[in-house]
Design a protein around this ligand. Structure first.
Ligand code: ADP
Ligand code: MG
Length: 572
């Protein structure tokens, strides 16, 4: 609630304006039946056309004012709620940009998306509904009841009793119906989850011929949603006739107790019945607002959680800006992912000199990716220190680190846009010659030129229209364009055939010069030409040295070598 008030307060002037128009509208609505009673009681009863026209004109004027007020408050309400929605989305998005991977792991990307979209919409709806009706409902409620008592004091108790019964019915309906709509919401989430999972893993599903199973899962989720909806709507459906019945019974009772009154009061009775419907409408509006409020509260808490998330990494107040040459030192480094008890890296002590090419090898889950992710500070060490050119990474300006380090991730990530745009992510000012050079080293130039539009070929979202190997090569070219001091290649040649991989490694070898290269791979063949090789298992260093040294001294390395060379022997 505090959050919503905070954002609403920024638009307090508009809010007050809209409240003013809302009040005008409520008063206009309240005046109409009274003037109608004058028409009936004074004009129709006395057959005076002039009186009828006079009060008719006043009613028209009031209706005009009411209509203008309604248009104005709607306009203000929509504009303000949309603006608040926009501000919330912007603030959340901005916040998420500042968060580290550790925060994002904790909040979960899918949940962040629902919060930025669905939860903001709930809050937006709430702001819209309070600006459109909050003041109006109580004014109408109280005003109409007072007017009923003034107009028809005798019938007032009956009218108020009917209103009370209907209010109780509405309350009961919400009490029973609301949890059912809660279930609907949960099942909708589940259906979304099933659909999202299928769409993101469509290839695997097809490869395993699992379409039927997935369809079955979807059908079940869809059926569950439908039955929850039916149950909720059924409750709502019995309620409307009950209200109608009460109101109509009430009218019969009213006419019955008014039957002995002189005809002059017919107009007043009509006005009172009209006021009664206004009260009923206001009551259901109030319950509606409460309903939206409950949902908005839940959503605002989820939004607040994102906004309150403290970035796990803080930029030092007085950051150092050393010249980064590419000297990397791990001192007693241990690391555990937040929320997991197990250390992903333990007691790492290594020194990588500027300009070295280091191969990193080890079984899956041995901590290779985790190790290199510490260098650009995707995560921070849990224990020990990581030094870049003798400065603790946590003391260095993070922008400086990220501009000196290029990472080619295990899973290449491309964006929709042209191939050229994607490569320029590495270096916005690169010209065509530089782009082509980088693409040639990554063995991407030839396949790009074979496409119909060359470098202007448009990629689908995440580069869906490319093969895995093509994506890897583009992702590598993008990193090379940056001309980084430290180049991290996380198993990024895994989808290339042996010949292309050899060509890429050759190209890299020729260009790397003073660059420090960390080359992760599962294949001995890929890392064996590196200056030194780091062999990891279970988050611990098993050996660090040249191929020959490791062959002589490191058991894990020997085992990997034998399994791979052995299998090649079997093939040939
Ligand atoms: P490799 O790259 O050698 O295959 P990783 O560095 O990816 O291995 O993983 C090392 C260990 O850390 C594994 O046990 C893995 O399950 C765990 N791990 C990796 N990423 C995360 C994460 N984001 N959250 C929690 N645990 C993780
Ligand atoms: Mg990995």
């Amino acid at each position: 609630m505090k959050l919503i008030l905070h954002y609403l307060y920024r638009h307090i002037a508009v809010f007050l304006f809209s409240t003013f128009f809302l009040t005008m509208e409520a008063i206009a609505d309240l005046l109409q039946p009274t003037f109608m009673s004058f028409i009936v009681d004074k004009g129709v009863a006395n057959a005076s056309i002039n009186t009828i026209l006079f009060y008719g004109a006043i009613m028209l004027g009031i209706a005009g004012i009411g209509a203008i007020s309604a248009v104005m408050r709607n306009n203000f309400a929509s504009r303000t709620s949309q603006t608040i929605g926009k501000e919330l989305r912007k603030d959340m998005y901005h916040k998420v940009q500042q968060l580290s991977l550790e925060n994002i792991d904790r909040l979960q990307p899918a949940s962040i998306i629902t919060r930025i979209t669905n939860d903001v919409t709930q809050v937006q709806e709430f702001v819209n509904s309070i600006m459109r009706m909050m003041i109006k409902a109580p004014i109408t409620c109280i005003g109409a009841i007072v007017l009923i008592i003034l107009q028809t004091p005798k019938q007032a108790p009956v009218i108020i009793a009917i209103t009370a019964v209907v209010a109780l019915l509405t309350f009961g309906n919400i009490k029973i119906g609301y949890p059912k709509f809660g279930t609907v919401q949960k099942r909708l989430d589940r259906l979304n989850g099933v659909a999202r999972e299928f769409l993101s893993s469509v290839r695997v599903v097809k490869a395993f011929n699992a379409e039927d199973r997935e369809t079955q899962k979807f059908d079940t989720a869809s059926l569950d949603l439908a039955s929850a909806n039916v149950a909720a709507l059924r409750v709502m459906a019995c309620f409307a006739p009950l209200v109608n019945l009460t109101v109509n019974f009430g009218i019969v009772i009213l006419l019955w107790i008014s039957r002995n009154h002189e005809a002059a009061h017919i107009g007043k009775l009509m006005a009172s019945i009209n006021y009664m419907t206004q009260v009923l409408f206001a009551v259901s509006m109030i319950f509606n607002i409460i309903n939206t409020a409950v949902r908005a509260m839940a959503s605002s808490e989820r939004i607040q959680e994102v906004l309150n998330e403290k970035p796990a990494q803080v930029q030092p107040a007085d950051p150092l800006a050393p010249e980064i040459r590419g000297d990397i030192r791990f001192e007693n480094v241990s690391f555990a992912y937040a929320g997991t008890g197990k250390a992903a890296l333990q007691n790492i002590n290594i020194h990588i000199r500027a300009g070295e090419t280091i191969g990193i090898i080890g079984p899956t889950g041995s901590g290779k990716t985790t190790l290199v992710n510490l260098i650009p500070r995707f995560y921070d060490v849990t224990e020990g220190r990581l030094l870049l050119d003798s400065c603790d990474v946590t003391q260095i300006d993070i922008k400086l680190i990220r501009s000196a380090v290029a990472v080619v991730p295990q899973k290449p990530l491309l964006f929709s846009g042209s191939i050229r745009d994607n490569l320029r992510w590495g270096n916005e000012t690169a010209d065509d010659a530089e782009i082509r050079e980088a693409a040639s080293i990554a063995c991407a130039d030839s396949f790009i030129r074979e496409t119909e539009h060359g470098y202007d070929t448009q990629l689908g979202q995440a580069g869906v229209n490319l093969s895995g190997g093509q994506k890897q090569r583009l992702s590598l070219a993008r990193a090379l364009l940056r001309k980084p001091r430290i180049l991290i290649l996380d198993d990024c040649t895994s989808a290339l055939d042996a010949q292309t991989e050899a060509a890429v490694l050759n190209g890299l070898h020729n260009m790397c010069g003073e660059m420090t290269v960390l080359l992760i791979s599962q294949r001995i063949y890929t890392v064996r030409r590196a200056d030194r090789i780091l062999c990891l298992a279970d988050g611990m260093v098993q050996g660090f040295g040249s191929h020959e040294e490791l062959m002589a001294s490191c058991k894990t390395y020997q085992a990997i070598y034998e399994s791979q060379i052995g299998s090649e022997d079997n093939v040939s």
